[in-house]
Design a protein around this ligand. Structure first.
Ligand code: PLP
Length: 373
């Protein structure tokens, strides 16, 4: 396929050049096990601690509050499972990623109780909706910081205050938030926060869990004594080094990133002849969901995404993890969007050009015209 256009940055981003340069030394020269007591191992351990400091500083945390994981899904499972063992009632927003929903369903199937908090029609989970959904026995509230289908930014500080008022801990999945919003865990006062490297120009298979000082967690993975005896397994040193560089860059460039991706998305949308973008109260610029509904000729999002892929535009229907599912994205259904089954998600990054966005829009127009005959 000559010159394909990639509009699926919410699924994966390329690794940043500076992050690769920093990581390479730890893959080849300083490849030692950071848990080894000898001085070569300590060189690797020093790099891990520097990366921990970069991750902590980027989100306003202390170094001791950062625990490395092998990505967002592990961080989410860890955050939820260790708290689930402390209570049997949780509240989760109805627009969470599958990793959160699956853990909530696991709790329900084991006899626990889950309250689902609905978003409003503009994709926001409000503090009022949260307060209506929880009780004094709720041990944990989970609301993501940025939605992976619409880019909707959630009012985490207010949601967290509301959860604390009722005595519950607050966990946020910040996997899609690092490029588009400034994170300050102390200002938000969240108890737990999950991050994944491959959404912000770091490698796949690396992430971390932030755990506020004083919040008690138990291990998810048992074995060695890594991460203060709380997360067994040898740390992937090159990947955490890359993540440290990438998160610092991403958080330092949030304003520039939003300005750039907004211009690219504007070039895309203003050249589209069909469909309606799902509107949100407050959102990052880089993710849009668009509904292509035609009353006389129904084309579902899955069919359109396949046709677009054949025409050279790579986008997705819902999240990459649910790409094989015939069910429309939960987020849109819960918001009450009409015809969510006709939606496609386009997501943009710092390497998408205005030229690509305009060309992609023209390919979308041509493909839709073909499908509606
Ligand atoms: N949470 C959100 C909002 C996501 O978009 C994703 C991945 O798409 C995940 C969690 C899972 O992260 P990972 O792929 O690192 O396991």
């Amino acid at each position: 396929m000559p010159n394909p256009i990639y509009l699926d940055y919410a699924a994966a981003t390329p690794v940043d050049g500076d992050a690769i340069i920093a990581a390479r030394r730890y893959a080849t020269k300083i490849f030692y096990n950071p848990s080894s007591a000898h001085f070569l191992g300590q060189k690797a351990s020093f790099a891990v601690e520097r990366a921990r400091e970069q991750c902590a500083r980027a989100i306003g945390a202390d170094n001791s509050e950062i625990y490395f994981t092998c990505g967002g899904t592990e961080a989410i499972n860890w955050a939820m499972r260790c708290v689930l063992s402390q209570g049997t009632r949780i509240a989760v927003s109805a627009i969470e990623h599958d990793a959160v929903i699956a853990n909530a369903e696991l709790l329900s199937s084991g006899g626990g109780f889950v309250d689902y908090i609905k978003p409003n029609v503009l994709g926001t989970v409000t503090a009022e909706a949260l307060e209506k959904s929880i009780g004094t026995d709720t041990s944990l509230v989970c609301v993501m910081a940025v939605n992976n289908i619409t880019g909707a930014i959630q009012p985490i500080k207010e949601l967290c205050q509301a959860a604390h008022k009722h005595g519950a801990l607050f966990f946020t999945d910040a996997v899609q938030a690092i490029n588009g919003i400034k994170i300050d865990v102390k200002d938000w006062d969240v108890d737990l926060l999950a991050v994944s490297g491959h959404k912000f120009y770091a490698p796949k298979g690396v992430g971390f869990l932030y755990v506020k000082k004083g919040v008690k967690i138990t291990p998810l993975l048992y074995g060695g004594e890594q991460e203060h005896n709380l997360r067994a397994g040898t740390i992937d040193v090159p990947s955490v080094v890359a993540m440290g560089v990438a998160i610092e860059k991403a958080q330092a460039n949030v304003a520039k990133y939003n300005e750039y991706t907004a211009a690219v998305v504007d070039a895309f949308e203003s050249n589209l002849a069909y469909g309606e973008t799902v509107r949100c109260e407050k959102k990052t610029a880089d993710i849009i969901s668009r509904v292509f509904y035609f009353p006389n000729k129904s084309i579902d999002g899955g069919r359109l995404a396949v046709a677009l892929s054949c025409a050279g535009v790579c986008c997705s229907v819902g999240s990459a993890c649910s790409a094989g599912s015939a069910v429309p994205p939960r987020t849109l259904t819960e918001m009450g969007v009409a015809h969510p089954e006709c939606s496609v998600r386009f997501s943009f990054g710092k390497t998408t050009t205005v030229f690509q966005a305009e060309r992609a829009a023209k390919i979308v127009n041509r493909t839709v015209r073909k499908l509606i005959g």
